[in-house]
Design a protein around this ligand. Structure first.
Ligand SMILES: NC(=O)c1ccc[n+]([C@@H]2O[C@H](COP(=O)([O-])OP(=O)(O)OC[C@H]3O[C@@H](n4cnc5c(N)ncnc54)[C@H](OP(=O)(O)O)[C@@H]3O)[C@@H](O)[C@H]2O)c1
Length: 304
């Protein structure tokens, strides 16, 4: 076992239904091209990154049907099928990318069903470990969207169900129809969006999967208090951003995305990084205003 493999154990674990995963996880969206619209320029590299993640002990990988029209699911299959028993792959349906960087919810039950079938084929599996409703579609009755997921679960096509980008009310409404075993919302040291959802997940012991954990690379830059703290710890800013999330709550699971093996190894190694109370106090005031966050999300094509 390498040092980094030992380190991932230090991120701790959570339960997703009947499965146990290491909290430090991996987001596969960046295995596509920069716009998340087509295949990566170097597919071999993407395959190597996915394999390296599992070698390093990652056992929870996040993807979606809409990441480059299924390209990231296909890459995961090429890299990892037949899947190790302890690997949980989560995918999503319910959001379409209609133009590069333009994402729209699509929650009609027939569409959710079709996308589930497509993901099953691309992943080469008979059952999806964890299937999210990627976005709640305001134009479709909520219970119809959740009911479609319940049907897929009753038919054995999905093992566990999760919600993405939701409020506490939506989680509670969905729970009346189906077990919600994971919630995936935007969250990082500078964008603490919806802390009431995190508190709800803590009370209910639902894993909170944090997307945008390094803020699309913004938190890895050398121009902030994150970088100052990193320098004192002989760590990188991205590692401090991830360590902050792991420290913030025992239900938080960051899913940093990368197309780089070096960044992947660095991110996994953040599992063992410990922040002192003094570091946490210095990071506490770091909060983006809502318009700053909106600008950041709009700037990258890959915000969804
Ligand atoms: N539920 C949702 O609606 C939703 C929305 C968006 C994303 N997601 C999921 O969340 C995952 C993460 O989201 P994200 O990719 O937008 O945000 P992120 O993980 O915060 O940022 C990824 C970006 O940061 C860079 N990066 C990663 N590690 C780095 C490091 N150690 N040093 C410097 N730069 C680093 C990557 O570039 P390099 O490739 O150069 O490393 C990439 O451009 C996605 O993969 C996806 O699975 C879910």
């Amino acid at each position: 076992m390498t040092d980094v493999q030992q380190q991932i154990d230090e991120s701790g674990t959570v339960r997703i239904g009947d499965r146990t995963i290491n909290r430090l996880s991996f987001g596969a969206m960046r295995l596509a091209d920069k716009e998340i619209w087509g295949p990566p320029a170097d597919r071999g590299n993407a395959v190597r990154v996915a394999r390296r993640a599992v070698e390093l002990g990652v056992n929870h990988i996040d993807t979606a049907d809409s990441y480059a029209f299924g390209v990231t699911e296909e890459i995961l299959r090429e890299a990892l099928h037949p899947y190790p028993d302890d690997l949980l792959i989560a995918t999503k349906a319910g959001q379409a990318q209609v133009r590069p960087g333009v994402w729209e919810p699509v929650g009609r039950p027939a569409y959710l069903r079709q996308q589930c079938e497509a993901s099953l084929r691309r992943l080469g599996t008979e059952r999806i470990d964890l299937f999210y409703l990627h976005r709640v579609d305001p134009l479709v009755p909520f219970d119809d969207q959740i009911g479609a997921m319940r049907e897929l679960q009753d038919e054995g096509k999905i093992a566990h169900f999760g919600l993405s980008s939701v409020t506490v009310d939506q989680i509670e409404s969905a729970q009346k129809i189906i077990d919600v075993t994971a919630v995936q919302n935007i969250f990082n040291v500078a964008a603490r969006v919806g802390e009431d959802v995190l508190e709800h997940c803590e009370r209910e012991q639902i894993p909170f999967i944090a997307w945008f954990p390094i803020m699309s690379g913004e938190l890895a830059l050398a121009n902030s208090v994150v970088a100052e703290v990193a320098a004192e710890l002989n760590a990188t800013p991205a590692q401090v951003a991830l360590a902050w999330l792991l420290n913030r709550s025992s239900v938080l699971c960051p899913i940093p995305g990368t197309s780089s093996i070096t960044h992947l190894e660095e991110n996994v190694a953040a599992s063992a990084l410990r922040l002192t109370d003094e570091h946490l106090a210095r990071l506490a005031p770091l909060r983006l205003a809502e318009d700053e966050l909106a600008q950041l999300l709009a700037a990258g094509s890959a915000q969804e």
